[in-house]
Design a binder for this molecule. Structure first.
Ligand SMILES: Cc1cc2nc3c(=O)[nH]c(=O)nc-3n(C[C@H](O)[C@H](O)[C@H](O)COP(=O)(O)OP(=O)(O)OC[C@H]3O[C@@H](n4cnc5c(N)ncnc54)[C@H](O)[C@@H]3O)c2cc1C
Length: 412
C-alpha cells in the first residue's frame, strides 16, 4: 500500500477503477480512504437527466461524495399515472448527469484523487501477476481491478426485455421549480423531468421495434402530457437542445469474473429504468466492491469473496425482476389490448421463475458463509432459509414493536 494519488501512463497502482460514474467514483474514494493507491479512468457520458431518490442522496453523503449530493439538490414532487391510477405522493431530485458527474470528479479531486479522462481499451492479466489496463496512451498495472464501465462492460449472463429510451432535452423558461412525472401509455411509458436550471428532459421508453420519427415521438409525449393534465412539462416556447436513443435493457453480468477483478454498478447489474434507483444500487454495489477488494488485497481467499459478491448480485436481481414483473403486469391488466405491457411482464415473470428456481426451498439452517462486516468480507455463521438464501447474520429487536427485524441490509 502506498499513498499514491494519481497515476501517470505506465504507472503501477494497487487498484485500477474503470469508469467514473457513481459506482466507480464511490469505490475509488472508498479504497483511497483505506490508503490504497488508486487510479480511476473515466471518459465522459452523453448529456442526460435522471431522478435520484432521497435515500440515494443519503448514500452519496455516506460515501463522502458531498458535492455530488449537493448537485442533486432538494427532492421535488413526482406525479405518477400508472395502471389507471394517479399518484402525487412520490418525490425525487431531477439531476443533470453532466453536472452530477462533474461534482463526483470534484469530490475525488478534493480527496486528492485525480480523474484520468483516458478511455480503457482492454483489460488483460499481467504476466507479473495482477492486471494491466491498456489505453491509447500507455498501460496501467494494478493488483486488482474494479470495472465500473456501466452497461458497456461485457460478460452479460441475463437480459430483461429489450427496451430503448428516446430522450429529448429542452431549455425552458426558468421558474416553476423542479419536478418530474411518469406516465404509462399504450406502447411504453414517458418520464418528464424539469431541473432547477431550466432543463426539461422528456423520455419515452418502449420496445425497439417501435420505430419512431420525431413526429410520432411528439405524439407519444402529447398523449402523456394530456393524461397528466400538467402544463409544467410543456415544450411550448422552449428551445430544443438535442435528442438521442439509448438501450435501456435490464442486464446482469458475472460480478466476480476472476480473482482480483470485480464488476460493480451497471457493469454488474443494470436495472430497468422504471426502477428509478440505478444510481442507488450502483452506490450499494460500490460499497461491497470496496470491501471485496480490501479483503482480497489483505490476503483473504478469493472464493468466499466471489461467493458473497455473486450471491448478493443474485438477490438484487431476483428482487428486481420480481418487482419489474409486478409493475409491468399491473399496467398490462389495465391496458389489456396493448401488447408492449404483456410482453414485458411475461419476460420479467420468466426471469423471476428462473431466478427463484435456483433457491433451495428447504428448511432454514445455520451455515458458515461470507458476510460483509464493516470494511471486510468474512466467514460467519448465518441463518439460511428460502426467504434469505444469502443468510441472515445479525438480527435486532426493535423496542417499539418487540418484533425481530432482519438486519439483512447489513449484508447488502
Ligand atoms: C434511460 C435510462 C434512464 C435512467 N434513469 C435513471 C434514474 O432516473 N435514476 C437512477 O437512479 N438511475 C437511472 N438510470 C440508471 C443509471 O443511469 C445507472 O444505474 C447508473 O448511472 C449506474 O452507475 P455506474 O457508475 O455503474 O455506471 P455509469 O453511470 O454508466 O458510469 C459508467 C462510466 O464509465 C465510462 N466508461 C465506459 N466505458 C469506458 C472505458 N472504456 N474507459 C473509461 N471509461 C468508460 C462511461 O463514460 C461512464 O462515465 C437510468 C438508465 C437509463 C438507461
Amino acid at each position: 500500500m502506498r499513498p499514491v494519488l494519481t497515476a501517470a501512463p505506465d504507472a503501477s497502482v494497487d487498484v485500477g477503477v474503470l469508469g467514473a460514474g457513481p459506482a466507480g467514483c464511490a469505490a475509488a474514494l472508498g479504497l483511497h480512504r483505506l490508503r490504497y493507491s488508486v487510479a480511476i479512468l473515466g471518459r465522459p457520458r452523453p448529456a442526460a437527466s435522471e431522478g435520484l431518490g432521497e435515500r440515494c442522496v443519503a448514500r452519496l453523503l455516506e460515501a463522502g461524495l458531498e458535492r455530488a449530493a449537493a448537485a442533486a439538490g432538494r427532492s421535488a414532487p413526482r406525479i405518477g399515472v400508472w395502471a389507471g391510477t394517479r399518484s402525487t405522493r412520490g418525490r425525487e431530485c431531477p439531476i443533470d448527469r453532466t453536472a452530477f458527474d462533474e461534482a463526483l470528479a470534484l469530490d475525488l479531486a478534493l480527496a486528492g484523487l485525480r480523474l484520468d479522462r483516458r478511455a480503457a481499451r482492454a483489460i488483460a492479466a499481467d504476466a507479473g501477476g495482477g492486471w494491466r489496463i491498456d489505453t491509447a496512451q500507455g498501460s496501467l498495472r494494478c493488483r486488482a481491478i474494479l470495472d465500473a464501465r456501466g452497461r458497456r462492460s461485457g460478460g452479460v449472463e441475463r437480459l430483461g426485455p429489450r427496451l430503448v429510451a428516446w430522450s429529448e432535452r429542452w431549455r425552458i423558461a426558468a421558474g416553476g421549480g423542479p419536478g418530474s412525472a411518469v406516465v404509462a401509455i399504450d406502447d411504453g411509458w414517458c418520464w418528464f423531468a424539469r431541473d432547477a436550471n431550466g432543463i426539461l428532459q422528456r423520455q419515452f421508453i418502449c420496445a425497439p421495434r417501435t420505430r419512431l420519427d420525431r413526429e410520432q415521438l411528439r405524439e407519444r409525449f402529447e398523449t402523456a402530457t394530456a393524461t397528466l393534465q400538467e402544463d409544467a412539462f410543456s415544450t411550448q416556447r422552449a428551445q430544443f437542445l438535442g435528442a438521442r436513443a439509448t438501450a435501456a435493457v435490464m442486464r446482469r453480468a458475472d460480478a466476480a469474473p476472476s480473482p482480483g477483478r470485480l464488476r460493480i454498478g451497471d457493469a454488474a447489474l443494470a436495472l430497468d429504468p422504471l426502477a428509478g434507483h440505478g444510481v442507488h444500487e450502483a452506490l450499494q454495489s460500490a460499497r461491497v466492491g470496496v470491501a471485496a477488494i480490501h479483503s482480497y488485497l489483505d490476503g483473504t481467499d478469493w472464493t468466499p469473496i466471489a461467493r458473497f459478491v455473486r450471491e448478493r448480485s443474485d438477490e438484487v436481481w431476483r428482487r428486481a425482476v420480481a418487482t419489474a414483473g409486478t409493475f409491468y403486469r399491473e399496467q398490462a391488466r389495465s391496458l389489456p389490448g396493448a401488447p408492449f405491457w404483456a410482453a414485458a411482464a411475461d419476460h420479467y415473470e420468466r426471469l423471476s421463475v428462473d431466478a427463484n428456481a435456483r433457491i433451495d426451498a428447504g428448511a432454514g439452517r445455520f451455515e458458515r458463509r461470507p458476510v460483509l462486516n464493516g470494511e471486510r468480507i468474512e466467514l460467519r455463521p448465518v441463518w439460511v432459509s428460502a426467504r434469505w438464501p444469502r443468510g441472515v447474520w445479525r438480527a435486532a429487536v426493535t423496542r417499539a414493536s418487540r418484533e425481530v427485524r432482519d438486519e439483512h441490509d447489513e449484508q447488502s
